[in-house]
Write a protein that binds this ligand. Sequence first.
Ligand code: GLC
Length: 468
Amino acid sequence: MPFAATGGLGDVLGSLPAAIKAELGEEGDVRAVMPLYSAVSDAWRAKMTKVMEFDMWLSWRNQYCGVYSLVKDGVTFYFIDNEYYFRRKALYGEYDDGERYAYFCKAVLEMLCRMDWKPDVLHAHDWQGAMSIVYLCRKYRLVEGFYGIKTVYTIHNIEYQGKYDTNILSDVFEMDWADMGLMEYGGCINLMKAAIVCADRVNTVSPRYAEELLGGENAHGLSHILNVYAYKFSGILNGIDYEYYNPHSDPAIVEKYNSTTAVEGKTVNKLALQKATGLPERGDVPMVALITRLATHKGLDLVAEVAASLLREDIQLVVLGKGEEKYERFFLELEARFPDKMKALIQYDRDLSKRIYAAADVFMMPSKSEPCGLAQMIASHYGTFPVVRETGGLYDSIKGYWYHDGIIEGNGFTFANYSADELYERTLAAVAVWRDADIRARFTEKIMTTDFSWNASANRYIDLYAGI
Ligand code: GLC
């Protein structure tokens, strides 16, 4: 973000480098590298300067590599240019992703070889970045200035590991057969596993998810290796970008508001969204929203189970997202059944998502697993009551509502079991709190002022770097 993004990882890599730079001040020199995807707009390209170009071997292939750069929020961004690899319709999900990211990771190191500047820490993300750490450790240590570079590897979602047939170890990844022991896991090449082994520190995006992974829950087969390396493994909760997600100044929303004007402000946004989507224009009806990739692990089977019952109440339901076809079809059919109460917007649209965060009253996020999750924090910051399952980063960021002696505790509605009944019950509990005008105003103010900014997390990363 803002150059190219498909989800939460894009958000994080858009804001974390600048947050670290802001915390480090003058002392810090933070640089980030990404592929020059075709999605990067001409407007951004016009701001770049070309830093270098070279030819690079990867196994038997010889490829052009251009490096462009620009500075944003004090961070120097580098873009690796190769149209054969990065001029594609999608960022990833291509048949040759293994080769594309091997190329990218090697290009990062080749670029550094040609620069006067060397980093103290190389920090790589997810399986796409894994090989930069592996190549550094296995091939580049003797390059001048590289010996002391420390490495941090962050797992944003352990479900996607970069698994390939062992046959392509040397042909695609340019690794020696002697590295099979490092690269192989469970019968495949596993890029994430190799980075876990090589990195000085490994972390994931919430403390709870780190515990779950060590305990074998949601670990997708990598629990064993994480336990072996548990001494260097931790969890650091993400934040959200308070400039981009700010209901007080957000250009995407109809009526700006802050924590004291939220009740009126959100009503104006709701009426506008109802008008735009053809739902009955009523400020007094609670609007429940779901904004997510339509993937099973987001808990959509639970939503599917309870949606019709919820829609028998006096509520409206707005769904935004695309993904698995069965869920797209399910929500479209639901809209056909409840045309006056339900809207299925099968698309990925960031501005529209912000209009929904601003308009809705209750936000459902019943994920089966959730490494961190950003949507619950965004919802909260826009004064929309989050209803979440207690897993991963949802557990770490949202604590259950509790009212006693006139005091309100918590910042959302949570449930423990992966159960449709619990989702149903907590969603209605959130609606009931919303219907109480006095408590609604107080609770909205409370959740909007919960701190989900990057400051704290950026400092945890700085501590991690300092520690190595
Ligand atoms: C992945 C995870 C999500 C996390 C994001 C940023 O998309 O699935 O939970 O918030 O990465 O770290």
